[in-house]
Design a protein around this ligand. Structure first.
Ligand SMILES: Nc1ccn([C@@H]2O[C@H](COP(=O)(O)O)[C@@H](O)[C@H]2O)c(=O)n1
Ligand SMILES: C[C@@]1(CO)OP(=O)(O)OP(=O)(O)OC[C@H]1O
Length: 159
């Protein structure tokens, strides 16, 4: 069996009065993430980690932010498409581990709903998706609440 790993990193600005899409759900907050899509930074890093693991370039290659068809798109659709690409190339997901870097709000109460949403889109058990969160102790752009960052690592397998 072939086993490969992939890694993803992404950042989005936070702006007032936008819906805060994160992990496939809307997290109640005064600010939301700004992007060409719905700016779901957690989904974007999972897509990038999956694409990287299969050596299939990155999210901007498959879904360019110059293409109007992706304007405001629900990132769950990008994740579903990424999983199709992965499976077409003979891979299946082993597991995802991820970290959201965000000063406020606390996202811990929302992590179960994010795992449920992502597992459904990806067609995998919830147990295969780990989501963690950390502040940056008020340091940097995350600490100043100017942005949200995320990291993901995935393992994929091919029989
Ligand atoms: N936006 C966040 C940030 C953190 N958490 C949870 O709080 C714990 C402590 O965070 P520190 O940055 O102070 O280490 C962290 O382990 C998370 O469980 C959160 O829910 N939402
Ligand atoms: C998802 C895409 C496409 O709508 O747009 P953004 O929401 O700006 O996200 P980013 O992670 O900057 O890059 C990928 C883009 O191509």
């Amino acid at each position: 069996m072939k086993i490969r790993v992939g890694f993803g990193y992404d950042v989005h600005q936070l702006q007032p009065d936008l819906p805060f899409w994160l992990g496939g759900i809307v997290v109640p907050h005064t600010h939301g993430a700004l992007g060409h899509s719905d700016a779901d930074v957690l989904i974007h890093v999972i897509c990038d980690a999956l694409l990287g693991a299969a050596n299939l370039r990155d999210i901007g290659f498959h879904f360019p932010d110059t293409d109007p068809q992706y304007k405001g798109i629900d990132s769950k659709k990008l994740l579903a498409h990424t999983m199709r690409l992965l499976r077409e190339n003979g891979y299946e997901l082993g597991n995802v581990d991820s970290t959201i870097c965000l000063e406020k709000p606390k996202v811990n109460p929302h992590i179960p709903a994010m795992r449920t949403a992502l597992a459904e889109v990806m067609g995998v058990p919830e147990d295969d998706i780990s989501i963690k969160a950390t502040t940056t102790e008020k340091l940097g752009f995350v600490g100043r609440q100017e942005g949200v960052a995320a990291y993901a690592t995935v393992l994929i397998t091919k029989p």
